[in-house]
Design a protein around this ligand. Structure first.
Ligand code: ADP
Ligand code: MG
Length: 390
């Protein structure tokens, strides 16, 4: 463990002691993630390829045997929130505590003997930036309870439970990518994940060794209509699958895309959604094979193609995200795309080490000229998945 995370773990344990009057039984960390390629494919049973960020949620946790769940976040402030495990009720909580409570609820629902916990946490994952602070929060709690209650669940099983908590308890219709990424990613790798059966393969993605950098540009905008638009896209994809007679759009092979589009007739809206999902799955497979054959630079144009598809066919981009991509590419980046659900959030930019400053400056200047809020730019190093740190 790095010195920095040892310091964070120590501070979190210390604050836990102040809040709850005893040492925590352990400290765990779970990362946020960036999706390299494979956007809006996870609810179509398709492929995704996230990697973990160095940014983590760190939680100090002890188990309790009296049915009480106590929650505190250093980043929210306020008092400790105390809940009864047996009284947890889906969609009863609009606040941040719904995420950890949802995990406890999902574990209990699945028959696991979880009888309470004291939890204090803090996070360096930016919230609402499309970097999955919510999954980091869920997974760190799930992993801690898995260890403390000796549940013996694997990473992908914890991810499923976290997703169920977020879908049913929080009430957010999210796919399985974020939780799996946080639970299962490995340092120096991207995770090639088949969201249908959660089959996974660690793909070497060591940017530093290649003289490359991957920048995350957080636009700091979140457009209001994002939740409604996400629901519409999901419904449109389901309609496409139903019209084509398949369980999910994942079942349309790339080679049969044109024929499938032909069968959709003049429903232009559905045609566009289908075209994005089918071509995006193919792009993920292309990126996997390029990385496995050591052609890391060659993924740049595939990322950029993915952005065009999200902007023009799936229509989930926004002026800020498009400006990141256009200005970065004009300044010499190898590739760039929005990442995450869209309508704001973050974009990623692949660039040669030597071009990083020029590219960063170009994006910042373009934002200033457009009168947009200055973006937050940082380097993303493919990092470890969830783990116990103490
Ligand atoms: P994203 O997952 O893209 O960051 P979400 O809207 O899915 O955005 O999740 C963000 C929410 O997760 C926050 O509004 C808050 O409720 C919760 N959250 C994330 N990190 C923390 C934290 N450190 N402390 C408390 N709540 C957090
Ligand atoms: Mg989230």
């Amino acid at each position: 463990m790095s010195e920095a995370s040892e310091t964070v773990a120590g501070a979190v344990a210390e604050r836990f002691r102040e809040l709850y009057g005893a040492d925590p039984q352990g400290v765990w960390a779970a990362p946020g993630r960036v999706n390299l390629i494979g956007e809006h494919t996870d609810y179509n049973d398709g492929f995704v390829m996230p990697f973990a960020l160095p940014h983590t949620t760190v939680a100090a946790v002890s188990r309790r045997d009296d049915g009480v769940l106590r929650l505190h976040s250093a980043d929210v402030g306020g008092d400790v929130v105390e809940l009864g495990v047996d009284a947890l009720e889906p969609e009863s909580d609009q606040g941040w505590t719904a995420y950890p409570s949802g995990v406890v609820w999902a574990l209990v629902q699945a028959g696991h003997p979880v009888t309470g916990a004291d939890i204090h946490l803090t996070s360096t994952v930016p919230t609402g930036a499309g970097l999955s602070s919510s999954a980091a929060l869920e997974v760190v709690v799930a992993l801690a309870l898995n260890d403390l209650y000796d549940l013996g669940l694997k990473g992908w099983q914890l991810a499923r439970l976290c997703q169920r908590g977020e879908n049913v308890y929080v009430g957010a219709p999210v796919g399985i990518m974020d939780q799996t990424a946080s639970a299962c990613c490995a340092a120096g790798h991207a995770l090639f994940l088949d969201t249908r059966d959660l089959a996974q393969r660690q793909i070497p993605f060591d940017l530093a060794a290649e003289g490359l950098r991957l920048l995350v540009v957080d636009t700091q905008v979140k457009h209001e209509h994002s939740t409604g638009e996400y629901g519409k896209r999901r419904a449109g994809c389901e309609k496409g699958a139903a019209l084509l007679g398949v369980d999910a759009l994942r079942d349309i092979p790339y080679a049969e895309l044109d024929a499938a589009l032909g069968r959709l007739g003049d429903d232009e809206e559905v045609r566009r959604l289908v075209r994005h999902v089918v071509t995006e799955d193919e792009r993920v497979e292309r990126v996997v094979s390029l990385l496995e054959s050591g052609e890391t630079r060659a993924i740049g144009p595939v990322l950029t193609e993915g952005h065009a598809s999200l902007r023009d066919d799936f229509r989930v981009s926004c002026p800020e995200l498009d400006l990141v991509v256009d200005s970065a590419l004009s300044a010499g980046a190898l590739g760039a795309r929005m990442t995450g659900g869209g309508f704001g959030g973050s974009a990623i930019v692949l660039a040669e080490v030597a071009d990083v400053d020029t590219v960063t400056k170009a994006v910042e200047e373009a934002f200033a000229t457009a009168g947009f809020t200055p973006p937050r730019v940082f380097e993303a190093v493919p990092s470890a998945g969830a783990r116990r740190v103490r």
